[in-house]
Ligand binder design. Structure first.
Ligand code: FMN
Length: 405
């Protein structure tokens, strides 16, 4: 049985030459058991007719934001909320701009803003349009928000030019959708504990010790774990990053608060990830009021607990414990040492002085250190990196369940 069975896919078709291929895609989706709600932009109707798409998808075509009957119950919001996925194929340069800029100028633009469903785009356009910095900037924005972009392929384009711009074949889009929905349930029944962000250790009523961690990597991981069907418990320090959807969150501002919650929750979890940048020290003589400047030279520091090391040392049979290591020198050596000393299964090692930075950046380049060696990964957007790490976790758990690991 296809993993698309009973999935509600909103198939948005926009105005490019490749729109005719969306008819075949709609047919394949229906054949795989998906419920397809088709949407045609005004421009797309110059290329394919609503009647063709309606016939192949088995559902009425959405197009007019101001259709009286539909809007009696604010149809565009209802539909935006009921979809499991919004797939735009083909996606024009204009559709990518609408989504990136939040332009609610038509049904599709409104839907991009109103939906909480994941967005997948399969772009198709002239190669110069694709390579234009405006299009590339919009793509970067969409990726940063977690959208998935499939294609385009390189090849002969309908406009007679050659280069990147061809829509992926409908069968390939279907294959990727099936893999996507498989991944969405790959951690079903698995409970994960993840720590993220910095901790803040008070000096007095107005000052604290902390670090540059933004929490973005840990938040992206929490979201990706949840997308894969896991039950996620997130312990986080103070951060301004937008909180991830679908997870149980606890604010644990200091290392001691984070440790107490982590120790309480870890025994119930099969996967434990320490992505938080826990401050190394706290102030023994922290003041309730505001200290005079002169007294700041007499702070007594005490080392904070190493939370992931404590969780590693208390590891139970079957638990997968993963730590993060931020280094500026001897990355692999240090990560390997930490893996052993803290009894961790994997260490995600970060060269924090990498080109483009890590703290607060949208991208990250890691080296995954496991018992059998270190593997250098390319630099990815943090959301994409999180999805890839989660895929590794799911593969590891599945292999273990089959007795192979
Ligand atoms: C013959 C023709 C072919 C087009 N093909 C594409 C295309 O493949 N990709 C694209 O981004 N725009 C293409 N366009 C331009 C779009 O139709 C135009 O930007 C339109 O505003 C897109 O609107 P929509 O995103 O609402 O569908 C084409 C226009 C014409 C006239």
């Amino acid at each position: 049985m296809s993993t698309l069975q009973h999935q509600h896919i909103l198939l948005a078709v926009t105005g490019g030459i490749a729109a005719y291929k969306a008819l075949e895609l709609a047919r394949l989706l229906v054949q795989a058991g998906a419920k397809v709600t088709p949407l045609l932009t005004k421009a797309a109707q110059k290329f394919v007719t609503p009647l063709s798409l309606q016939t192949l998808s088995g559902s009425a075509v959405l197009s007019d934001l101001f259709a009286d009957a539909e809007e009696l119950e604010i149809g565009h919001i209802r539909i935006a909320r009921s979809a499991d996925l919004v797939l735009t194929a083909p996606a024009t340069a204009q559709a990518l701009s609408r989504a990136a800029l939040g332009l609610a100028t038509d049904y599709l633009g409104t839907l991009y803003l109103a939906t909480r469903a994941p967005l997948i785009f399969a772009p198709a356009m002239n190669q110069a349009m694709w390579l234009h910095p405006a299009t590339q900037d919009h793509l970067a924005t969409l990726k940063q928000r977690g959208a998935i972009i499939w294609g385009p392929e390189e090849g002969n384009l309908a406009c007679g030019e050659e280069g990147p711009g061809r829509l992926l074949a409908p069968a390939e889009i279907l294959r990727r959708l099936e893999a996507y929905f498989t991944a969405r349930s790959s951690l079903k029944g698995i409970r994960c504990l993840i720590t993220a962000g910095p901790t803040q250790e008070p000096i007095d009523a107005v000052r604290y010790i902390s670090n540059h961690s933004s929490g973005k990597m840990g938040y992206a991981l929490a979201e990706a774990l949840s997308e894969a069907g896991a039950e996620v418990i997130l312990l986080h320090g103070p951060t301004s990053a937008p909180p991830p959807e679908g997870v149980t969150r606890y604010l644990t501002p200091s290392a001691l608060e984070m440790l107490a919650q982590a120790k309480r929750l870890a025994p119930r979890c099969q996967v434990i990830i320490g992505a938080a940048a826990v401050a190394d020290f706290s102030v023994k003589n922290a003041a309730a009021g505001k200290l005079k400047k002169i007294n700041l030279t007499h702070l007594e520091l005490r080392p904070n607990p190493d939370i992931i090391a404590e969780l590693g040392q208390a590891k139970q049979k079957g638990q997968l414990v993963i730590g993060f290591a931020a280094e500026t020198e001897r990355l692999i050596e240090e990560a390997t040492r930490k893996r052993k000393e803290k009894n961790l299964d994997w260490v995600v090692a970060n060269q924090v002085n990498q080109v483009g930075g890590v703290f607060g950046a949208e991208e990250n380049q890691i080296t995954l250190v496991q018992a059998h060696g270190a593997e250098e990964w390319p630099r990815f957007n943090k959301k994409e990196l999180a999805r890839r790490l989660v895929k590794r976790i799911a593969n590891h758990i599945q292999a273990k369940q089959k007795g192979e690991a």
